[in-house]
Design a protein around this ligand. Structure first.
Ligand SMILES: [Zn+2]
Length: 128
């Protein structure tokens, strides 16, 4: 799903895009000439593996993702924005939600997760 940067409205607009049973949904709006703010959620099942035992399992994802889309390289110091925010730079004038979703899924996958078996182990090990 691609949206032309210059057509992004100033009022928050809802969007939803789904790919391989993972969904990105939320709102986006233009906050300056070169920046679009996106307030979204990633929902769905992401296949990942347990960092303790290595077995594959389905991670049920429900995460908030807030990011800015910059049309071209933005010198963010000139913008009155929070530096902690993720900035997605686009070069062709189109916001590609598939690309954004793919890279978010990759970063979610790169975190550490434990499968149900290992989760149960760690709960059992807690002593009061
Ligand atoms: Zn495990």
């Amino acid at each position: 799903m691609k949206i032309e940067f210059r057509k992004v409205p100033l009022q928050p607009k809802e969007f939803e895009f789904e790919d391989n049973s993972v969904k990105i949904l939320g709102t986006f709006c233009k906050i300056s000439q070169r920046l679009v703010e996106c307030d979204a959620k990633i929902k769905g099942v992401i296949k990942t593996s347990c960092y303790k035992c290595g077995s594959d399992f389905d991670y049920n994802c429900d995460e908030d993702v807030n990011f800015l889309v910059s049309n071209g390289i933005t010198n963010i110091e000139n913008e009155d924005k929070n530096l902690d925010q993720i900035i997605v730079e686009i070069e062709d004038g189109f916001i590609d939600f598939k690309e954004i979703l793919d890279s978010e899924i990759e970063s979610i996958k790169s975190e550490y997760y434990t499968c149900h078996n290992c989760n149960e182990d760690s709960i059992v090990n807690i002593e009061y």
